[in-house]
Design a protein around this ligand. Structure first.
Ligand code: KG4
Ligand code: ZN
Length: 352
């Protein structure tokens, strides 16, 4: 089975071909970073126009790299939400056009499900597992029980985690995009220099909150003269390290609680899967590995390249949905807001 995957929901234009045997035949990602950098964040209108300009060529190159033709495809998968709607339209219309022209099944993929199922592509993982999804727009814990079957355990009450990385980087003058810049600066910083809050630590729920942390970073950076200090300043490096340590403590605490709950509900310890752009962070991955081990399980983390947005995760979600018979009609309407729990999924395991 060869599935073409198209991803255009944010600032990466991506196309990939993945097989039912978990082979990635092509995985091309065209970053728009340079186009958005002058604005310090993603400009939706620029993103949509750029996707439109590049998607046809990128799909052609992905097929070339995979060594196949349109006639070798078994289905076309495209991100249909959540995301910046102009970009999502571009990907969905491209996917639908190819599907219509070739008489192929069309798969409208939820971007979050793409992240959530990547560990099955990279690690051949069985259901169920506990998912920590940490990206630019999301931060949540969910039990993954099957294709399209997600049970939310907790989520953020305010900012998404990637957003808090990006804002911290902006405050410190570390450049854009923020996540990798904070991680780099933190490598040479003292995580104990600033005493930052650990929101929600010890709470019974499995929710997150990052806005108080962001405010504390702003106040303390200002007091230390570290606002806009840039990557060469020790104060900025120390703040980056202190921020990252606070985030790690919060994630560790929330995951430990969710692993307990998962054990109660499913009678098994984990595994814990981390996915989404922030999962590319090596410091956080190391910390989550420790948490998983302390709870008698392991951390499964896809390689960083498959944590940040890519087409392979969309193609793979397409493989999974096509196998489960969950195809979509060509009048599927893109959805800017589309929580995982609202997905149409395969029936529960006992009925399969
Ligand atoms: O999944 P993703 O590529 O796009 C969304 O679906 O949102 O995630 C992007 C987010 C951005 O906020 C980016 O700063 C963050 O992931 N990110 C990181 C790292 N690499 C990307 N955050 C922390 N450390 C990193 N190394
Ligand atoms: Zn993403």
């Amino acid at each position: 089975m060869n599935i073409l995957g198209i991803e255009t929901s944010c600032d990466e234009t991506a196309a990939a071909v993945v097989t039912g045997a978990r082979e990635i035949l092509a995985d091309l990602v065209l970053s728009q970073l340079d186009e958005h950098r002058p604005y310090g964040g993603v400009v939706p209108e620029i993103a949509a126009r750029s996707h439109l300009e590049h998607i046809d060529g990128l799909v052609g190159r992905a097929l070339d790299q995979a060594g196949i033709d349109f006639s070798d495809l078994d289905g076309v998968a495209a991100t249909a939400g959540p995301g910046l709607i102009g970009g999502v339209f571009v990907g969905v219309m491209t996917g639908k056009a190819i599907a219509a022209a070739r008489g192929l099944p069309f798969l409208a993929i939820n971007h979050l499900e793409g992240h959530a199922l990547t560990a099955r592509l990279t690690h051949d993982l069985a259901f169920p597992y506990l998912l920590l999804l940490v990206s630019g727009g999301h931060c949540q814990l969910a039990a993954v029980e099957g294709v399209g079957r997600y049970r939310k355990l907790g989520g953020t009450l305010d900012d998404a985690i990637g957003e808090s990385f990006d804002k911290t980087a902006k405050m410190l003058g570390l450049g854009y995009p923020g996540g990798p810049e904070v991680e780099r600066a933190a490598r040479n910083g003292d995580p104990k220099r600033y005493d930052l809050p650990r929101p929600m630590l010890g709470r019974k729920s499995m929710d997150f909150s990052f806005s108080g942390l962001k405010t504390a970073v702003r106040h303390q950076a200002k007091a230390a003269g570290a606002l806009d200090a840039g990557p060469e300043s020790q104060a900025a490096r120390d703040m980056a390290a202190s921020f990252q340590a606070a985030v790690a403590d919060v994630l560790a605490d929330r995951c430990a609680r969710a692993l307990d709950r998962f054990q109660e509900d499913h009678g098994q310890a984990g595994p814990l899967v981390v996915a989404g752009g922030v999962a590319a962070n090596a410091y956080l991955r190391a910390r989550l590995e420790t948490v998983a081990a302390a709870n008698g399980t392991e951390l499964i983390a896809p390689p960083p390249k498959l944590c940040t947005d890519n087409g392979a995760m969309i193609a793979w979600a397409g493989v999974e949905r096509l196998r489960a018979g969950l195809t979509d009609s060509l009048d599927f309407a893109p959805r800017p807001r589309w929580p995982l729990e609202e997905l149409v999924g395969e029936p529960p395991a006992m009925e399969r």
